[in-house]
Design a protein around this ligand. Sequence first.
Ligand code: URA
Length: 488
Amino acid sequence: MIMFRHSLRGRGDLTEWRDAARAFLMAGCVPETIEWNTMDDADGLFGFDENRLPPPAAEPPRITVTPSFLKLAQAVLCHSDPTRFALLYRLLFRLFHSHGLLDMAADPDVNAAQKLAKSVGRDYHKMTAFVRFKELPLPEGVAGRRRFIAWFEPDHFIVARVAPFFQRRFTDMDWLIFTPKGSASWDGETLRVTDDPAQKPDLKDETDDLWRIYYASIFNPARLKVKMMMTEMPKKYWKNLPEAELIPSLIANAERQVIEMGQRAASEPQAFHHRIQEAAARQPVPEGPAAGTLSAVKEEARRCTRCDIHCLATQTVFGEGPQDAQVMIVGEQPGDQEDLAGRPFVGPAGKLFDETLALVGIDRRRLYVTNAVKHFKYVPRGKRRIHQKPNMGEIRQCRWWLGQEIALVKPKLVVAMGASALFALTDMKQRLEDVRSEPMPMEDGRVLFATVHPSYLLRIPDADLRQRELVRFRADMESVQRLIGAFG
Ligand code: URA
């Protein structure tokens, strides 16, 4: 028979439940006499004295609670299941008489509590993986720490539980995470948590585009496992993940793309690629000086044997673009797909590059796009060709071609994407980070601008760092756009 109705706020706080549970236990109340509610449910219809706690019994029991019960209770109380308070009290009451109860995994109460704790754990991990911060620009002229904001919809009351994770992970920035189940913020000194529900802020901004571009670039249709993807990134999170918008169309196109990839045999060397090289070698050597036009130099480069990389590559991948381009983009070397297609930046890095150009409003057709090294360097591993960085000797050998391209195109601005390109253009071993994002005058009067290589962005495993680097890359490309604008 119900003798007590007790209402709790029930937003993941251990103390409110613990205080009440202790009072009921001291009074010797059996679980069946207590009805536990969350504040919203308490209607007082039955005339019980709301939240009246019984006085302790004449000889109250000595209560000791094990750390393992406390740990379990802390997790279970974060769950949004309305039965959790009663379940925990039942467990506490029973533990009093049966100390080893928590070790009995088959016990229905223990089992139910562990299930709730597990789903709180899952929610915790989803929040650490799917929170997407947006940067809030600082007001004009104000210097300070970078500020970020995020919206997330957890299933349970986990904000206080997960906030220390974000504090550890993002110590060097100010952030605020809003959720309908509370909010957390960090300003470099204080971690603040409230359990008041927050409203979804308007978070649409351009970083969304970057997430989408990134996701589309790394999406490999041949590796698509829809079921696994749905488990890892359940649909309910999609609405707050900018990249999720692409998933349906990527899945829909995946089958066709796999067939096309198979036809292209993208990761295998062409069976008789040496014949392509031999055919190039048989071409008559053009008469007179090779230089003069880009097509003449390109023709000559087809037979290049200046370093050993040519032995394995399918073909020379020369630069492409208008001979009077004002801007030259220099990458590292062709990748797997470029090697087969014979054109620079057509694979995943090229896709990310193209999409970033489109975002900042640069027309690739107006650029001359090339690489520091014109052959694909790789090691065969099974059926795959694994990219190898060209060494300094190879870059120096290939600089001969890059020099010809620069001399013929005469770009006003040369953009080095990545350290290999920077080395090819300056012959100096310097940290890319030290010169990145700043236009630098070159001896020949041109301007050099250094940024990262898009492949670097595709390889960053950490989601937040990747987002920040995507934003920086885009900002670099915006600077390039401004420099182009300044040419008139
Ligand atoms: N990476 C490069 O540096 N160049 C390409 O053409 C493709 C990938």
